[in-house]
Design a binder for this molecule. Structure first.
Ligand SMILES: NC(=O)c1ccc[n+]([C@@H]2O[C@H](COP(=O)([O-])OP(=O)(O)OC[C@H]3O[C@@H](n4cnc5c(N)ncnc54)[C@H](O)[C@@H]3O)[C@@H](O)[C@H]2O)c1
Length: 451
């Protein structure tokens, strides 16, 4: 029997919102709904995270403990591993990981598992929204059939003629655009794209998100919303690859690419600066484009820009390692046995996130060539075992002039703001800089190699 709940119900106050997956995306979203006065329950399979959250502790560097504490104490937020409590929610938002598997193909097991854990608790009139980044078709082809095994239906239908179509529950896709560490744009300021499986589902999701963000952008289908997120990330991935390739050429031609980018960026229209680096990092840009490349094969379509960008960006850590070898060679030293200090293992500056960080690949490659590696990162006092790497036991080296001077090479892989670049250049024997972090240092420039 269709729900008699109107999509506009989700404009209401004090809704019960369930967020599945309390990570970099889910936790800020949960706190934003709590801030807007709703009663939020975070669901996570990790009991340690749930325990910490219920004790008012944040495990994400840029989210303050006090913020979690505030909403736990006011009873606007709590966390649980008990998925039967999904039945209490008016809206359920899915924010679980969507990584690549070992063959670099989409791993949708977390999304699938989550849909299965919602199914027995799904109630008529509930709104379910997938937020995890994924290929076009996931909401309708993977999540919908699992939820419909409950016996309830949410018909796939688009266009104005289906504006009032009957539905048992609401289902939509709305991609997250979180940029961890970005102080200029927080969740509330970033417009949110929303697409429904049918028009009432779209309106329900628009009603809900309009309460927490300044602007909601409705699109006609879940596929359009899924594709919009991928377009944003592929745009970044391709442009970063372009500038990385041009950097290699500029270096060979004896041109400073950083100077070129700053000059080009003065054009007030039709240009957007992207910056070269040691390789792609983070959970999104190195991963998401391959979700589309994979799906495209079903349509006999080769996404050449994505593949080419992947090839260029993947080669960057190898280029950095070659550049370190070259710089050591200039100083009559071999890589084998050289002491190298890598600055920054986080994938970008000022974040406590290691995922897909190019620093890890660089450490692995230099170690394989016989260098003796240490690292410093204020966000990672020590390293732990990861899916692809095991640097267990490595600890962040304190940065003082004497220690810095003892290394054959200091490699700036991540340009954290807290680093004293003046001291580093003055003390180091050799600085290989992958981020142009030393641009303001004028003395001892002969020690710096920009790569
Ligand atoms: N991190 C970002 O900056 C960012 C930005 C935009 C979009 N995204 C997308 O958002 C999604 C989530 O990414 P994230 O960075 O928050 O990941 P994350 O790893 O930080 O968090 C995911 C959380 O989900 C939990 N989890 C895993 N399986 C679960 C299950 N079956 N049920 C309940 N909880 C489960 C994990 O314990 C973890 O706490 C991904 O699709 C990602 O591509 C991430």
């Amino acid at each position: 029997m269709p729900t008699d709940r109107k999509p506009e119900f989700f404009k209401g106050a004090r809704l019960r919102v369930g967020i599945i997956g309390c990570g970099y995306v889910g936790l800020p979203l949960a706190l934003r709904f709590a801030e807007a006065g709703h009663r939020v329950t975070g669901f996570d399979t990790d009991p340690n995270k749930v325990q910490k959250l219920n004790h008012g502790q944040s495990y994400i560097q840029h989210i303050l403990n006090s913020k979690v504490q505030q909403f736990v104490q006011s009873r606007h937020f709590s966390a649980t591993t008990d998925f039967s409590r999904l039945a209490e929610a008016d809206a359920i938002l899915i924010c679980v990981p969507t990584p690549l598997d070992q063959r670099r193909e989409p791993d949708l097991s977390y999304v699938e598992q989550t849909a299965k854990s919602i199914r027995p608790h799904l109630r008529r009139g509930q709104l379910v929204v997938l937020e995890s980044t994924t290929y076009p078709g996931t909401t309708e082809e993977l999540v919908l059939p699992i939820l419909e095994q409950s016996g309830m239906k949410c018909p796939t239908a688009h266009g104005p003629e289906n504006d009032q179509i009957a539905t048992d529950f609401f289902l939509a896709f709305s991609p997250e655009r979180e940029d961890p560490g970005n102080k200029q744009f927080g969740l509330a300021q970033i417009p949110k794209v929303v697409g429904g499986v049918n028009p009432p589902s779209g309106r329900a999701a628009v009603s809900l998100y309009a309460q927490i963000v300044a602007r909601v952008v409705p699109v006609s289908t879940t596929r359009a919303a899924e594709m919009a997120k991928l377009l944003e990330n592929i745009f970044r991935c391709v442009n970063i690859a372009l500038v990385n390739e041009l950097k290699l050429l500029a270096t060979r031609m004896g041109i400073d690419i950083w100077e070129v980018i700053e000059a080009a960026a003065t054009k007030p229209f039709g240009f957007m600066p992207f910056y070269p680096g040691p390789g792609l990092g983070g959970h999104c840009i190195p991963v998401d484009p391959f979700y589309l490349a994979w799906k495209a094969r079903e349509y006999d379509f080769a996404t050449r820009f994505i593949e080419l960008a992947g090839e260029v960006n993947t080669a960057m850590p190898y280029h950095v390692v070659e550049s370190v070898a070259g710089a050591l060679n200039e100083r009559q030293k071999a890589v084998k046995g050289a002491r190298v200090l890598v600055l920054g293992v986080a994938y970008k500056k000022d974040v406590d996130d290691l995922r897909e960080s190019p620093s890890l690949k660089i450490i692995e490659l230099l170690t394989a060539r016989g260098a003796k590696l240490d690292y410093n990162d204020p966000f990672f006092p020590e390293m732990h075992r990861m899916r692809h790497y095991n640097f267990e036991g490595m600890k962040s080296i304190p940065l003082d002039p004497k220690t810095v001077a003892s290394y054959d090479c200091v490699l700036i892989a991540t340009d954290h703001s807290s680093y004293d670049y003046q001291m580093l250049v003055e003390s180091a024997q050799l600085v290989v800089d992958t981020r142009n972090a030393t641009r303001r240092i004028s003395r001892h420039r002969n020690k710096i190699v920009l790569v």
